[in-house]
Design a protein around this ligand. Structure first.
Ligand code: ANZ
Ligand code: ZN
Length: 837
């Protein structure tokens, strides 16, 4: 029996593709262009199964597009800066560069073994000067364009990793990597002005109709646009120079329900008061300890400190007590709020705790006289207990209060964004050096472009925590480019999200002397299809959208959105196993015995746990290398694409991969049966084939790979069952083309074996005969007394009396009638025949 030998065939075809540069993308081609991109990996050491799934999907689309006449750009590179390399340096005493480059070599070899149709000539690694030097040039452009600034600011300080973290790297008050409690520190930091594009980043989401809604919603929430009123309360007693308190509210309509005001612990008024009030000082310190993530603010216990001061209500003239409260953030709005307990849950929790007034000012019909319980009312309704606003709807009332505040000169309608500028300074070695020189006389001076790249020094040590660039004996000592005086290099490096914010542009065009060539970039970009993990739904995608806009703003490119199509794939999961002692066990340490699972060797019973994302900590991982060695690349790729819809999780199972392996061999046997001399037509197989060609093409374009796979299974079944004919041989040949995007090595092997010329990778997708797509046969239900007894297949539009005759002759109808003559025969053309006896 014919058996496919993947280990031999995989390597052979990979060498052919390499040698012929089959997947090299041409900038000058006049075919329609297609840019297919998967999120580039961090070179952590080895490829994991999530990469395999991600890249298998992109590869199917890339190969399919090539077969349909596109010039395809499908590149690969390495997001190579970042902390794990420094951690490795500290733990294993290796250089971050050496560690990273050897990981890249390993992972490149692993990817090559999977036979991805990648243009390796464009490979890049962000840790090399020929990449980050150009990033430095772009940074300088942004500096010149006013999109970069330096600011003393409170930062999240990770005391374990000894670095500043972006807000989004702080999860529940802890560093995202170290898990250490984050502290606040003041440092001079570089910022990129992403807020300048806040409204535009929000508006742009509306144009992204090929993005998942959930990702757009996450971005929308992250940008967080709020429209409302900013206004000033007068303080009953000034605090030093400060006589007024500015607040921001999205619900100015509820102003008559305000029963107190609250400020953040870092608000200037709080800071001034704390100087003379030790108890307040202590309270403010306590507030600074806790995180500032929205979810945390919602759930943490509300705490406040009564300042003893009051603010004057602008309409009623009444005094409202002023608190310092832990639920008010300093860096949102004005860092101060008017609190309306009836209609804001945080305010209500606080008011109940400190026994402050709670009044309803908005009511749904019939609820006008109802009090407020433990739940703030945030729904629609009419204003009550609100003087001149009574009877107005919420929106009308908002407008009226804003109008009066503006005429009265004590407030203005305003818009506030949750989005903050992007702090990019990191006190780390393994990142892009920020190309700036600090001079006592000239301040922060950009490194002249002809001196780029500012290259990282190689001779650094990691034996003590902190930034090795800072303590390097010579690296930072340079002369000021402006005045020539002795000066110092900036020793901070860029957040690695900067590196991934433009790599897709550099893939398209890689001149030596500049970051990119505009004309070439615009041939390829925007990226038509971007594929990656949903964990990047906010930060990476937002920063890349910002960076692209910044380039557009500076006149360097002509488009704003980098990725027109986005797809976020699900994870690969696996059962988890635990020993009797409760230790996690790896899949290769356990085996099934009947319906039990036991430890290999000892036979001890194993507890089978939940199916979860593969992770090292739970040991439920399978190593791509092992399974490729066992089954070959194609079976692995095929499994990655079958079974689950690509956006859902895919449970890895032994049975699943074995099923894929069996299918690869079934195809291989079938490919041996493409007998060119076979004669005769099989109309129904022709139809099945053309419907499959059409359907698989649509499914691949829609990234519904599992559906494409299912259709190929069906066609394979049909071909296997069909009698030899010219149609069957044609179907076998076409099948090799249909599976080429998914199982390319098998397809090449079959193609050559069938005596076809050239590579499958370069062959055209088979044509569809539209005439064969329409069903011209129908199945008629044959019923006796309304019960289905048999079916007949007839040409569409068969006449009534012919249907009658055929139904009466159907074997199961004859048996049921048992000689009886029907009293009545009801015929619905193309549908059914019902015999009444
Ligand atoms: C009065 C009010 C009444 C409010 C009401 C809400 C409901 P979003 O929609 O998220 O933008 N706020 C303003 N600045 C704040 C800060 N620095 N820290 C904490 N809370 C702050 O939220 C805007 C609302 O959050 C504002 O509207 C303000 O409370 C509060 F029934 O003002 B509101
Ligand atoms: Zn100078």
């Amino acid at each position: 029996q014919r058996r496919f030998n993947p280990l031999e065939a995989d390597a052979r075809w990979q060498a052919v593709w390499d040698e012929k540069q089959t997947f090299k993308a041409s900038d000058s081609s006049d075919r329609p262009r297609s840019y297919v991109l998967e999120m580039f990996p961090y070179p952590s050491g080895r490829i994991h199964i999530g990469h395999v799934r991600n890249y298998s999907m992109g590869d199917v689309l890339a190969r399919f597009r090539r077969m349909t006449g596109h010039e395809v750009l499908h590149p690969m590179g390495w997001d190579a800066f970042g902390m794990p390399a420094e951690n490795a340096a500290m733990e294993k005493n290796v250089h971050p560069g050496g560690w990273t480059r050897s990981n890249i070599a390993t992972m490149r070899a692993q990817l090559k073994k999977l036979g991805f149709a990648l243009d390796w000539s464009r490979e890049l690694a962000t840790c090399e000067p020929d990449y980050y030097g150009h990033e430095q040039a772009l940074f300088l452009d942004m500096l010149e364009a006013g999109l970069v600034y330096r600011k003393e600011s409170a930062v999240n300080w990770d005391p374990v990793d000894m670095t500043v973290l972006a807000n989004e790297q702080v999860i529940d008050g802890r560093g995202w990597r170290s898990g250490a409690l984050v502290e606040k520190r003041k440092l001079s930091q570089w910022f990129l002005k992403i807020t300048q594009f806040a409204d535009d980043l929000l508006g742009g989401l509306k144009t992204l109709d090929q993005w998942p809604d959930k990702v757009k919603l996450m971005q929308e929430n992250w940008i967080g646009k709020s429209v409302g009123l900013q206004f000033r309360f007068t303080l009953d007693t000034p605090v030093g120079e400060i006589g007024e308190l500015e607040v921001f509210s999205t619900r100015p309509d509820t102003i008559f329900g305000a029963s107190f005001a609250a400020i953040a612990a870092d608000h200037p008024i709080a800071l001034a008061l704390a100087e003379k009030d030790a108890a307040l000082h202590a309270f403010a310190d306590e507030c600074r300890q806790t995180g500032t993530a929205a979810a945390e603010i919602e759930t943490q216990e509300k705490k406040g400190y009564d300042t003893g001061l009051s603010v004057i209500h602008p309409f009623t003239g009444r005094k409202l007590p002023l608190f310092v409260a832990n639920f008010v953030l300093m860096d949102y709005g004005t860092g101060a709020v008017m609190a309306v307990p009836g209609h804001d849950q945080r305010d209500l929790d606080f008011a109940r705790k400190y026994m402050l007034a709670v009044e309803r000012v908005v009511a749904a019909e019939g609820d006008e006289d109802k009090g407020i319980g433990e739940e703030a009312y945030t729904g629609p309704g009419k204003l009550v207990n609100s003087d001149f606003l009574d009877g107005l709807g919420v929106e009308e009332a908002k407008a009226e209060v804003i109008r009066r505040a503006e005429t009265g000169g004590w407030g203005t309608g305003s818009t506030v964004f949750r989005l903050r500028d992007w702090g990019v300074s990191r006190q780390r070695y393994w990142g892009t050096p920020i190309p700036v020189i600090h001079c006592d006389d000239c301040g922060a001076v950009g490194v002249p472009k002809e001196q780029l790249p500012v290259v990282l020094p190689e001779d650094v040590s990691f034996d003590i925590p902190g930034n090795p660039l800072d303590r390097h004996p010579t690296w930072k000592h340079v002369d000021c480019p402006k005045c020539g005086k002795a000066a110092q290099r900036e020793t901070d490096t860029l957040d690695t999200f900067a590196d991934s914010s433009w790599y897709f542009i550099r893939f398209a065009s890689q001149p030596k002397d500049k970051p990119f060539d505009r004309e070439t970039v615009e041939k390829w970009l925007p990226v038509g299809q971007y594929i990656g993990g949903v964990e990047h739904a906010i930060l990476h995608l937002l920063y890349a959208r910002f960076w692209t806009r910044a380039l557009q703003h500076m006149g360097q490119i002509g488009f704003a959105e980098p990725f027109t199509g986005l797809f976020t794939q699900g994870m690969v999961t696996h059962e988890t196993y635990k020993s009797p002692e409760g230790a996690w066990l790896a899949p290769q340490d356990v085996e099934r015995q009947g319906d039990k699972v036991v430890m290999i060797g000892t036979g001890a019973p194993v507890t089978v746990g939940r199916v979860e994302k593969m992770s090292k900590s739970k040991k439920n991982v399978v190593d791509p290398d092992d399974i490729i060695a066992q089954y070959g690349a194609d079976a692995v790729r095929w499994f990655m694409l079958s079974d689950s819809p690509p956006e859902r999780d895919l449970p890895w199972t032994e049975a699943g991969i074995e099923g894929s392996w069996r299918f690869v061999n079934r195809l291989w046997r079938l490919f041996g049966e493409a007998d060119k001399a076979a004669e005769g037509q099989d109309k129904s197989l022709d139809r099945k084939l053309h419907q499959t060609i059409d359907g698989v093409a649509r499914d691949i374009e829609a990234l519904s790979f599992n559906k494409a796979v299912a259709k190929i299974y069906e066609l394979t079944n049909a071909v296997e069952k069909a009698k030899p004919s010219a149609s069957r041989s044609a179907a076998v040949r076409a099948l090799a083309l249909l599976v080429a995007p998914m199982t390319p090595h098998l397809a090449e092997e079959a193609w050559a074996d069938m005596g076809e010329q050239g590579l499958v990778a370069e062959a055209a997708w088979p044509d569809v005969d539209p005439a064969l797509l329409v069903e011209d046969e129908v199945t008629i239900a044959c019923q006796v007394m309304g019960k289905l007894r048999d079916t007949i297949t007839v040409p569409k539009g068969t006449a009534k009396d012919e249907l009658e005759r055929l139904a009466l002759a159907a074997p199961n109808v004859v048996r049921t009638l048992d000689g009886a003559t029907p009293k009545k025969i009801i015929v619905v053309p193309d549908r059914l025949v019902n015999l009444v006896i």
